[in-house]
Design a protein around this ligand. Structure first.
Ligand code: 5RP
Length: 296
């Protein structure tokens, strides 16, 4: 119990000053429990309300891919540049120091490998393990239009219900089947379904036409998935277009860890997402950082 010696009576209650009310830079978050808002605040950067999320969960269905051969060597050194890490519990527990300060978004769905139908997923992590590991969100693939669409939606809603109990947000990932077109109509359908069923964050791909409508039609933050490896300037342009259309940041994997200099690339992505640099300026920064690292 506090030491009563020297206690000073309270006197300044500022009775004319209204009680503080805290708006939330994160779309749709105002009614969430404090704990869930706090965890979202560890994923999204406070000033911009945006995130640079580094995705390296690809191994959960495709094993080691180029740039992910050694998570401890390839990805862990990039963590200081990431607002949030999106990976598996197996990756974190084996390949990252527990002192990692980035927000943690844990992959919580899984099942098929690339050898089978990727939409045939089930929950792949109990929410109590997400709590144990200190997750700030869990991620689940939602295959709207896929063979197992309803089950993937059930995977989502089950995690959302458990997430409400634990105060852990759910990131719903738009998984686009090969036979589907990544246009605004489809992405608008998928993102809205995911948000209406309770996800607190939605991740989807970028589309040239109408992406601003996809974002505006979704009542929670939309973050852009990077997708397949592009030339660095193209990837930076896509990220810039996405945030300028209202996306709350990016969740990029291959365009960072498969670039010639991943550390330089994630810093260039940060310059686009958080500092508002034009793609060309950010690409210049990428080249300068990469050259400086080579010279070191
Ligand atoms: C695949 C995922 C990835 O997290 C997502 O696609 C982002 O990675 P990339 O930028 O390489 O597409 O959901 O499991």
């Amino acid at each position: 119990m506090a030491d009563l010696d020297g206690n000073v009576n309270a006197k300044d209650f500022a009775p004319t000053v209204p009680a503080a009310s805290f708006g939330h830079a994160i779309k749709g978050a105002a009614a969430y429990d404090w704990g869930m808002q706090h965890r979202l605040g560890r994923v999204f950067e406070g000033e911009t309300g945006r995130t640079v999320m580094l995705a390296f969960d690809h191994g959960y269905f495709q094993g080691p891919t180029s740039g992910l051969e050694r998570l401890d060597l390839n990805i862990a050194p990039l963590a200081p540049y990431a607002d949030a890490l999106m990976g598996t519990r197996g990756a974190l527990r084996t390949s990252f120091p527990a002192t990692t300060r980035s927000g943690l978004v844990l992959r919580a769905s899984g099942g098929p490998s690339i050898l089978k139908d990727l939409s045939d997923e089930y929950p792949a992590m109990a929410m109590r393990d997400a709590v144990r590991i200190g997750a700030d969100a869990v991620a689940v693939q939602v295959f709207i239009g896929g063979e197992h669409e309803s089950r993937s939606v059930r995977n989502l809603t089950g995690l959302v219900d458990e997430g409400y109990e634990a105060g852990i947000p759910v990131l719903g990932v738009t998984a686009v089947g090969k036979e589907l077109v990544r246009d605004a109509r489809y992405l608008g359908l998928a993102t809205r379904i995911i948000a209406e069923l309770g996800a607190q964050i939605v991740k989807t791909y970028y589309c040239e036409e109408g992406f601003e409508d996809v974002v505006a039609g979704c009542p929670v933050p939309v973050i852009m998935a990077g997708g397949k490896k592009l030339p660095e300037l193209d990837a930076l342009t896509m990220a810039s277009n996405a945030v300028r259309a209202g996306a709350a940041g990016v969740d990029m994997g291959r365009n960072i860890f498969q670039s010639a200099d991943p550390a330089a690339m994630i810093q260039a992505v940060r310059a686009v997402v958080h500092d508002g640099l034009d793609p060309a300026e950010a690409h210049e920064r990428y080249l300068e950082l990469a050259a400086a690292r080579r010279a070191a």
